[in-house]
Design a protein around this ligand. Structure first.
Ligand code: ZN
Length: 313
């Protein structure tokens, strides 16, 4: 009796299971649920969630709980190191993104930046100063070149560049804010993306990173009014008069590589690279930039606009 009851139970369960799986199967075969669509939907959802970055951020913020017990007798430090290494390797399986950003234009040097973007077919981002654009016919022409080049994205670096008196400028956030607004109107800028003169400040999504306190109020005011503020990860400096490198092209390249490999940029796999337009007014400076771009290309870097920052995985 007991045996037959058990048999009946097993039979009922297996029938139920087969009904469920048949239903599932028939949906797939007959296309009721459209398997292709389902998979595409799943991929879309997965793409939207940056799993790696979430795990990376949690690790950086010490939000992952590691335990040591007899079954798992590995120190927390070691476990953290192993997780970090495995996340780095996972990031390495994704593309490397670099953002070439040029500040303070239009200046002598801008025409070269415009033409090298076309020659190498790469996207570049320029953070512009309205006052410079209004200095002469030549600079106005440089601005027009930038505007008509689909490989150049124009952003806001203030109208006056604080007249290079940064503390005084940032001590009056309202006035500083008005200076950015004037720049946006004068240059007819389409993106609400700014870089603060003389400051490496980032405010975007839920990130707020301030290098010098004086400057924070202006940045917050801009952000409150819908602006995104981007700083930089790596800077390259050349003597603008001679074009002689203060940092050689090779050492700058290895600096970028380190940021990419160690995932020490603000967002892993995304390196924001700062240069200035006036660095490229001599043949020497121009050759250096050309070499650097070729090297980055040969290492598989993808060139992006700041409006697409950050590309998350
Ligand atoms: Zn600047």
């Amino acid at each position: 009796m007991k045996c037959s009851r058990l048999f009946a139970l097993i039979f009922t369960c297996s029938v139920m299971l087969s009904i469920t799986s048949c239903k599932d199967f028939s949906n797939k075969v007959l296309g009721k649920g459209n398997l292709k669509d389902t998979i595409t939907e799943q991929l879309k959802v997965e793409e939207k969630i940056p799993h790696l970055l979430d795990r990376w951020d949690s690790l950086q913020k010490n939000q992952i709980l590691f335990t040591v017990d007899s079954l798992h007798p590995i120190s927390v430090r070691q476990q953290k190191r192993e997780l970090k290494d495995s996340l780095r390797k996972a990031f390495d399986r994704h593309p490397k993104h670099i953002y070439l950003t040029f500040d303070d234009g239009p200046l002598i040097g801008s025409a070269f930046i415009d033409s090298i973007a076309k020659e190498k077919n790469i996207k570049v981002s320029v953070f512009l100063i309205g006052k410079h654009a209004n200095m002469s016919k030549g600079r106005k022409r440089d601005l027009a070149r930038y505007e008509s080049n689909h490989l150049v994205a124009c952003y806001n670096h203030s109208y006056t560049h604080a007249n290079n008196q940064y503390s005084r400028f940032y001590n009056n956030p309202q006035k500083a804010f008005a200076d950015f607004e004037k720049n946006e109107t004068d240059l007819n800028l389409k993106h609400k993306i700014v870089r603060l003169p003389g400051r490496n400040i980032w405010i975007y999504d839920n990130v707020r990173k301030i290098d010098l306190k004086n400057g924070a109020s202006t940045a917050d005011l801009l952000h409150k009014n819908g602006y995104t503020i981007y700083g930089w990860d790596v800077e390259w400096r050349l003597n603008s008069v001679t074009g002689a490198p203060i940092q050689s092209q090779e050492s700058t390249l290895s600096h970028i590589r380190n940021y990419m490999n160690n995932k020490s940029s603000m967002v892993p796999n995304n390196v924001v690279f700062l240069m200035h337009d006036d660095m490229f007014q001599t043949k020497k400076g121009q050759q250096e930039l050309s070499l650097l771009i070729d090297a980055l290309k040969s290492e598989g870097y993808q060139f992006e606009f700041m409006q697409d920052y950050p590309i998350k995985y």
